[in-house]
Design a protein around this ligand. Structure first.
Ligand SMILES: Cc1cc2nc3c(=O)[nH]c(=O)nc-3n(C[C@H](O)[C@H](O)[C@H](O)COP(=O)(O)OP(=O)(O)OC[C@H]3O[C@@H](n4cnc5c(N)ncnc54)[C@H](O)[C@@H]3O)c2cc1C
Length: 468
């Protein structure tokens, strides 16, 4: 039998089979630097046919593979395990925009296209591709689809799943399924596309996608509201939706502690309020008419919120630069946390109506179990998605506190489940939350998932050890 790597080199060329430790290093450690795996090699195909041929080589020699896009995933899904027996298959060289259809409002892309590249290509045609997240300069659309990424525009446009009409996939047998249909209606049996979206590379390799485009809004306007409580934030959401309908495109909750952390770590950023408030909501409105229309809607809604004592105060950005400044506060929260030290992260979702109760109940439970722990609570409240991170009490080292990860997870996730929520809102499961998934999913659900995996990937070569 020909040596496996010789077979791979014959398919993609010597330059695109990396097996020297220094060349492989960037592909083996996760974005947060928590885990470094080992690999037999990193394979970098340049076409769909090469991806398929590499998968067939893996099948013939029973080598497991880990698909990788931008390696910005947060749940250890895109890095190999410690065995040194797996290969990383990087999609980064598949990075062409294949076609834009401005009438059908669709774009067909390679899976390795960087998200920002797609946003810019859409804008050049006067269109909007609304998926937006802080990793957009590095993450790929294949990774976004495989994690069903959310981001900041879900409230108006949905998750990545809602932004995709068709897929091209290399199956675990090395066949190419071309489902690149730009159809908004297609009821022809089981929806295979939806199986691969959010599958985190465990069912096949996405090589291409047809994405939905939207008209560019004529204007976007941002405001920061100060509020007394998460319950007030829930009320504000309903009020804003009543006044602004689908013009409301962003609704991000931040606790006082989050903005204090940002101010401490990034003192150069603006401080919009002189006196601190318990909570803040970053609001974004987009109008298909004009800036005047957007400002009018926002002023009316904020006026009503002030009158009904839902909010204490508000700052409205009067320029694009001021809007960007306000968004920077939100986007710097994860960076401020990283600078301040380590914490135990939770990416949870809840019915919007239960968020205030969840926060009211879970904080005291954590404080009882880990006195003095700090909560970094922020997120896409409009989508019912909170980043609920628990940092060590003052005087306790990161390492000592992280040893409690399992116990902290149990308190938070038990509470999430008791409020009808999910333990992963937008980051996925990967290897990091696999045991949590097994703990909380019903046997019926897990068995259906295992049956799908076994049917599509009977050899178990697609990203083993992730999700299931
Ligand atoms: C700073 C920062 C901010 C973030 N913000 C958000 C946010 O707001 N919302 C959100 O949802 N997520 C967010 N994320 C995490 C998010 O999951 C990723 O950024 C993104 O969706 C992953 O894309 P990627 O190309 O980096 O995929 P990778 O990290 O390379 O891979 C992620 C998973 O998808 C699989 N995969 C990758 N490409 C393919 C493919 N072509 N076919 C099959 N499987 C594949 C991998 O095996 C892995 O399981 C953030 C991450 C960072 C670092």
């Amino acid at each position: 039998m020909i040596d496996f790597l010789t077979q791979c080199r014959a398919i993609v060329g010597d330059a695109y089979v990396l097996d020297a430790p220094a060349d492989m290093a960037p592909f083996l450690t996760d974005w947060r630097g928590r885990f470094t795996g080992k690999a037999l090699a990193v394979l970098r195909p340049g076409s769909v046919e090469q991806v398929a041929a590499l998968v067939r080589a893996c099948v013939s020699q029973q080598v497991a593979l880990v698909p990788q896009g931008g390696n910005t995933g947060l749940v250890l899904g895109s890095v190999p395990d410690a065995s040194g027996a797996q290969v990383v298959l990087s999609l980064a060289r598949l990075n062409s925009i294949r076609q834009i259809d401005p009438v059908n409002r669709t774009m067909t892309v390679d899976a390795g296209c960087i998200l920002q590249q797609i946003q810019e290509a859409a804008a050049a045609e006067g269109c909007l591709f609304p998926l937006s997240l802080a990793a957009e300069g590095s993450c790929t659309i294949g990774g976004n689809l495989s994690t069903n990424a959310g981001g900041t525009a879900v409230l108006r446009y949905g998750n990545t799943r809602e932004l995709c009409l068709g897929l091209e996939v290399v199956t675990p047998q090395g066949e190419v399924w071309s489902g690149l249909r730009g159809l908004r209606k297609d009821n022809t049996g089981y929806d295979l596309r939806d199986l691969f979206i959010g599958a985190e590379g465990t069912l096949g390799i996405i090589t291409g996608a047809v994405l939905k485009l939207y008209p560019q809004p004529k204007a976007s306007i941002t405001a920061l509201a100060a509020l007394p409580s998460p319950a007030a934030a829930q009320q504000l959401l309903v009020l804003m939706q009543d006044y602004c309908g689908s013009s409301l495109t962003g609704f991000e909750l931040m606790s006082r502690y989050c903005l204090e952390l940002v101010a401490e770590q990034f003192p150069q950023l603006p401080k919009p309020f002189v006196t601190p408030h318990a909570h803040y909501v970053l609001l974004e409105l987009s109008s298909s008419e004009s800036e005047r229309h957007a400002v009018g809607l926002l002023e009316q809604a904020i006026g009503a919120a002030l009158e009904r004592d839902v909010i204490n105060d508000a700052v409205v950005a009067t320029s694009v630069a001021q809007s960007a400044d306000l968004w920077q506060l939100r986007e710097h929260i994860p960076l401020a946390q990283a600078k301040a030290g380590k914490n135990i992260k939770h990416d949870i979702s809840l019915p919007v109506s239960r968020i205030a109760d969840f926060i009211a109940v879970t904080g005291p439970q954590l404080d009882a179990a880990f006195p003095g722990c700090q909560l970094v609570c922020f997120g896409h409240l409009g989508d019912g998605n909170l980043h609920y991170n628990v940092a060590p009490p003052v005087g306790i080292s990161n390492e000592d506190f992280l040893a409690n990860q399992e116990k902290v997870n149990r308190v938070v996730h038990d509470s999430v489940v008791s409020f009808g929520g999910s333990i992963s809102a937008e980051h996925g499961i990967g290897a990091l939350k696999r045991d949590e998934l097994a703990h909380y999913k019903s046997t019926v659900e897990l068995n259906m998932m295992r049956a799908i995996k076994a049917a599509l990937d009977p050899l178990g070569i697609m990203n083993p050890g992730k999700i299931l």
